[in-house]
Design a protein around this ligand. Structure first.
Ligand SMILES: [Zn+2]
Length: 141
């Protein structure tokens, strides 16, 4: 018997699945790179879940990145999350005064494939140590 296939969105590394029979909600962890998984509800219904990252491409990222200032200074930051349009990160306290909303800066970070990428960003939000930024243009070499 063929199981049902549903497509569900992934947000922050988790997907919400609603059982078609008992209507029970559950959240499952979705490792990056996983495109689908057979999920079995406690009521016995199995469903094959496809994970759609295109609808909500924001994913939780962790790891270190490097800000590259126009004068060549570099400062380490900690990535929070990432989408096609922007990126957010934690900026360690001692350097906080160097950042301002509207500032353009380069950020170097590892992609999920393990490559190093350098992109131009514009800072949009500064809240405590958390910085949100939008990407400008395309990746640079
Ligand atoms: Zn169920």
């Amino acid at each position: 018997m063929l199981g049902r296939v549903i497509t569900t969105k992934v947000m922050d590394g988790r997907a919400r699945i609603v059982c078609s029979r008992c209507k029970k909600n559950r959240y499952i962890e979705v490792p990056s790179g996983l495109n689908g998984k057979l999920v079995r509800c406690q009521c016995g219904v199995s469903v094959f879940v496809r994970f759609d990252r295109r609808v909500f491409p924001r994913e939780t990222m962790s790891g270190r990145a490097m800000l590259v200032f126009p004068n060549g200074d570099r400062s380490p930051v900690y990535l929070c999350d990432y989408s096609l349009g922007g990126i957010s990160f934690i900026f360690p306290d001692p350097h906080k005064g160097f950042l301002a909303v509207g500032q353009e800066i380069l950020i170097q970070y590892p992609t999920l494939q393990g490559e190093s990428i350098l992109r131009r960003i514009r800072l949009k939000t500064l809240r405590a140590n958390r910085v949100g930024a939008e990407f400008l243009g395309y990746p640079e070499d």
